[in-house]
Design a protein. Structure first.
Length: 147
């Protein structure tokens, strides 16, 4: 019996040398969006959490300098051509190694969490599926609860 325990302990030790225990990764919920100055996720990068970020908050990557983005699953990134969330927009729900017509043209951005397993109904303030969103459970609601 002692031999089996010794063998198991030695096996575990050997395996752990080649495959170290995984370290917990920083949750995508903390910073679900990363923007990059260069295409294919290169150059200077800056991470963003959920929220609205105007031109002054693009201080690491720079104004009109974003060329590629990574967007975590369950999040949406809206790029705005001008400051104060105005001008043309480009919406992304996944990674983009090149921003085509929005390359080096972003002056403000918005990061939103979209969808959710516990609240399957999403209402949008603008058509089609734009602006701010609010999630609801299935049911009836008074207009006062809708922001």
């Amino acid at each position: 019996m002692m031999t089996i325990k010794s063998l198991l302990a030695a096996s575990f030790l050997a395996v752990s040398l080649f495959f170290p225990l995984a370290q917990p990764a920083q949750a995508a919920e903390d910073n679900p969006v990363t923007v990059y100055q260069d295409g294919d996720f290169g150059g200077t990068s800056q991470q963003f959490g959920v929220g609205l970020f105007n031109v002054s908050q693009l201080n690491v990557v720079g104004n009109d300098k974003i060329s590629s983005v990574k967007v975590a699953p369950g999040y949406r990134l809206t790029l705005y051509r001008d400051k104060d969330f105005s001008g043309g927009t480009k919406m992304l729900t996944g990674d983009a190694g090149w921003l085509d017509d929005f390359n080096d043209a972003t002056s403000s951005l918005k990061v939103e969490q979209i969808g959710g397993p516990n609240k399957p109904v999403i209402a949008y303030s603008n058509s089609p599926y734009g602006g701010f969103e609010q999630q609801f459970d299935i049911g009836s609601y008074n207009p006062q609860v809708i922001r």
